[in-house]
Each structure stands twice: as C-alpha cells, then as structure tokens.
Write a protein that binds this ligand. Structure first.
Ligand code: ATP
Length: 381
C-alpha cells in the first residue's frame, strides 16, 4: 500500500461497530440452522465463523446482513436492535464466494454502484471508485469488465464495492474459496491488512480452519447452530474448551488412557496431568496433538511406522501403536530413519492433556485436513 493510500484509508470506513447476536434461532422446516446463538463481535475485530458444513455459519451471516429473519433472538449493532431493519438500511458491506460483480459494468461502475443508487454526483462516484480501486491494488483496472479480470482481481473489486459506502460492518462469506491456492494466500493477507488499517468490524465465514486461524482476531467455532467456543486462534488451539473444538481445530490423536489415583492419566507409556475436568470413568481417551508425540526408532518398540508425509521442515509420521493409529509431527531432520515398517517407541510430551470418556466420539466432525506447518496458529510460529 502506498503512503497516499494509507492516509486515505483513515477516511474510508467509520470506526468499528460492536455486533451482538443474542439467542438467535432459525429453523428451515425441521432443520435447525441456528439454535440459540449468542456471540459478540468487538469493535474493529475480525471474527471468523468456523465450523463444519451445515453448522449455521452462513445463516448467522445472512441474519446479520438482513437477508434472513431469525425465528427468535436479536441482532444488535452498537446496542441498537436491528433485527427488523431491512438489509438495504443496515450499513453493512458484503462479499460473497462467487464473484457477484455486475458483468455489464466496469470495475469502476461496479465499485460506484451503491453511490449511484444513492444518487451521488458523477465526479464524486468516480473519485470514490478510484480511491477504492487504489486501496485494493487495482488503480489501473477501472475500465475493465469482470470477464477481463482474474478471479482474484474480481474479488478485490467486490471488496472495494463492499467498502464504497463506508459500512460499519464488513461481511465476508467464504470470499476466497473459489480462488486458487496462491491467490487465496495473498488475498488473505491483503484483506487482513486492509481490515486492520480501516479498523472495520468484520465477520468472516469460512470452513477452512487454516484461513480462520491465520486471519482472525478471534475464531467462533459453531456446531449444530450453537457456539462451541470463541477465542483467539492460539487459545483455541492450545486450550480447546470442548472435545469438538479440540478435534475440529488442528489435528488430534485419540489415545486410550487410564486415570490413576493420583489424578494423572496414563497413556502410551506416559503419565500426564489432566487439563480441566476428568470424566468419572477410569478408562478414558486422551487427546494429544501430533507435535506432542515423540517417536524413537527402537527394534523392541510397541509401535510400527505405517507411512510418512513430508511437509518441508516437518514430517508427519503415521504409526500403529498396539492397534491405535497415532500421528506424530517431527522435525524432518529427525524423521529420516522412520521409514514404513520401522519399529519405534512412542512417547508423549509432559503437558496437561484433555481427557474424554471413552465413548465420547464427537459426531459429524469432518475437519478439513491441514498440513503440519499450518496446524500451529500464527501466534505460535
Ligand atoms: P456450509 O459450510 O456448507 O455453507 P453453513 O455452516 O454455512 O454450511 P448454513 O448454510 O448456515 O450452514 O446452513 C445451516 C443448515 O440450514 C443446513 O442444514 C442447511 O441445509 C440449512 N439451510 C440453510 N438455508 C436454508 C434454506 N433456505 N432452506 C432450507 N434449509 C436451509
């Protein structure tokens, strides 16, 4: 961003608004999309709504945008109940997954569309469109039509259009998912940089945990229309509040364990402190991140290497430990001799672990798998 652009961004948006969802409920026939959702988005924050398909993310965003009415509950912006305010009077800018530009309008006219609806003068419209196209890095693209631009460029124009009316809230509904990986990464950083410089309260829907963890101030994990946990990325990763969050965010091993009289838990030959409440049963399952599993080649070991996946600096080693699948993330320089078929001893780093009852297998957890390098949120890198 140029310094001229940085100066201009000061005036591009109103300061961030506080958004509150209170007890939102929305059902479609027998499908309950939102089941009493309570959530507050702080002024100027980028909050990601994350969760498996069908958990209600888009419905929550559409209720905030005014495209969907809740059956009950309220939406407040800066303390004002806007639940029944029509979408066009909500002061929100929105970017959708599919490029929703008007195909017959140039980039400039797309960006200025809202201003035209508001009957702004031509000179003002053009000045504002130029300012915004500059802001999203497309100062030379004003005369181009959507079909003359790449997907990433079209999403930038969509972003400029969403910001043109200086909305108090920016709503992003999977805006990057139709883009190829490289463009997605660069636009991810750009959206975040822009959002920070504008200080605009932003709600970002994604089913991609890597995207949520790397961009958001806080991530709200939804499950079946309810909030499971809302926390900063590193907190969510290190201290998941529920087994659902633990297994949805990042990768988790589930190992058989046994609680001891001393209040510890035994698993894979280690004794570890329990994080939080232990279930009432002695036989439990212990949740352990792959980076907290150690692996040593050992001809007498109880584990055997099944396969390995090389991810640059990290290698993920898949093992079978007495019938239980175990994933371990090791620095690649330490993983060289762990070829498939190698016998090994598995150990666990001495950190407190989440312990769940043996039968507490979460249903419908289908996290997008992520490479080890991206498992740790940015705060941990
Ligand atoms: P995805 O990541 O797949 O987009 P999501 O978390 O955004 O999922 P929603 O789109 O909010 O989920 O949908 C929540 C539930 O409500 C789903 O079961 C969905 O099928 C249902 N649903 C959403 N909109 C409608 C609708 N207009 N009519 C009927 N059912 C709907």
């Amino acid at each position: 961003m140029t310094s001229a652009t940085a100066e201009r961004t000061e005036s591009t948006a109103a300061t961030g608004a506080r958004v509150e969802f209170r007890g939102l409920r929305r059902a479609f026939g027998t499908t309950v999309a939102l089941d009493g959702l309570d959530l507050t988005v702080e002024p100027g924050e980028l909050l990601a709504l994350l969760g498996p398909s069908g958990c209600g993310k888009t419905t929550a965003l559409r209720v905030l945008a005014g495209f969907e009415r809740p059956d009950s509950g309220e939406v407040l912006v800066d303390g004002t109940d806007i639940t029944h305010v029509p979408a066009n009077r909500r002061d929100a800018g929105m970017v959708f997954q599919s490029y929703s530009l008007f195909p017959n309008l140039t980039a400039r006219d797309n960006v200025a569309f809202g201003l035209r609806v508001r009957k702004a003068r031509t000179a003002e419209r053009h000045a504002r469109a130029a300012e915004l196209l500059d802001l999203v890095g497309l100062p030379e693209h004003g005369d181009r039509y959507p079909h003359q631009m790449s997907g990433g460029q079209q999403q930038r124009v969509a972003l400029a259009r969403a910001l043109a009316l200086r909305p108090r809230v920016l709503l992003l509904d999977e805006p990057l998912s139709a883009l190829d990986a490289k463009v997605r990464l660069s636009l991810r950083e750009e959206i975040r940089r822009l959002q920070l410089s504008l200080g605009i309260t932003t709600v970002f829907v994604t089913h991609d945990q890597e995207e949520a963890l790397s961009m958001a101030d806080r991530v709200a994990v939804l499950n079946a229309g309810k909030l499971e946990q809302c926390a900063a990325p590193a907190e969510l990763y290190r201290r998941p509040a529920t087994a659902f969050v633990a297994e949805f965010v990042g990768t988790m091993n589930r190992l058989p364990g046994r609680l001891t009289d001393a209040g510890l838990v035994e698993a894979a030959g280690s004794r570890l402190p329990v994080d939080g409440d232990a279930p009432g049963t002695r036989d439990v399952e212990v949740l352990v991140r792959p980076e907290n599993v150690t692996v040593t080649a050992d001809a007498d070991g109880e584990a055997v290497v099944v396969s390995t996946s090389f991810f640059g600096s990290v290698t993920r080693v898949h093992l079978d430990h007495r019938g239980t699948p175990v994933k371990a993330d090791l620095p690649s320089r330490d993983a060289g001799e762990l070829t498939p078929g190698t016998r090994a001893t598995v150990g666990l780093a001495p950190h407190p672990v989440l312990v769940v009852p043996k039968s507490d297998a979460p249903k419908s957890v289908a996290p997008k798998s992520v490479a080890p390098k991206s498992v740790a949120p940015k705060a941990e890198r």
